[in-house]
Design a protein around this ligand. Structure first.
Ligand code: SF4
Length: 159
């Protein structure tokens, strides 16, 4: 499965009002394939300043859905900015939100439907995607919660 080709065939964000109501769908178990995670990790390491990355990964992702009921959001959802921290390189599932029957737009905008969605999911499952929190944990990024004090480390982060 050529993921870039599938990305290109999905409708683009021009249909989106930017309301962020879909953030509730950014649950902690959204998966990413290995090649997607490579892009996401590269983006996290090189496009986000170290202090911002520490804040992003160190903040609570608990989201209160109703009184007394909270869910854990994706570790890459930025609670402060109220948006995805890796939006340009988000994985397939995130790109499909709003454009397949089983993940409709939460504010019910009439968006075009990607009719190949189920077939894409079948092929995607064969790529053994893993939940994003597991990728983050295995990357070692999540344990870097303190500001690096060693200058060589700072330079490596900034490169
Ligand atoms: S990668 Fe971004 S869009 Fe996808 S679930 Fe995480 S925060 Fe949401």
């Amino acid at each position: 499965m050529d993921l870039l080709d599938v990305y290109d065939r999905l409708p683009t964000g021009r249909y989106c009002s930017g309301c962020h109501a879909c953030a509730i769908r950014c649950s902690g178990d959204v998966p990413a394939a290995a090649e997607e995670w490579e892009c996401m990790e590269d983006y996290l390491r090189h496009r986000i300043p170290p202090s911002e990355l520490q804040r992003l990964l160190g903040e609570s992702k608990s989201y209160q859905v109703a009184a007394g009921y909270s869910i854990e959001l994706c570790p890459l959802y930025d609670m402060k900015a109220k948006s995805c921290a890796v939006y340009p390189v988000r994985p397939l599932i995130c790109r499909m939100l709003g454009f397949v029957e089983w993940m409709p737009c939460p504010i019910e905008r009439p968006l075009p439907v990607a009719t190949e969605g189920l077939e894409w999911m079948r092929q995607y499952a064969a790529m053994n995607p893993r939940p994003i929190p597991r990728w983050v944990a295995d990357s070692g990024l999540s344990i870097r919660r303190q500001a690096p004090t060693d200058q060589s480390e700072v330079a490596r982060w900034a490169s």
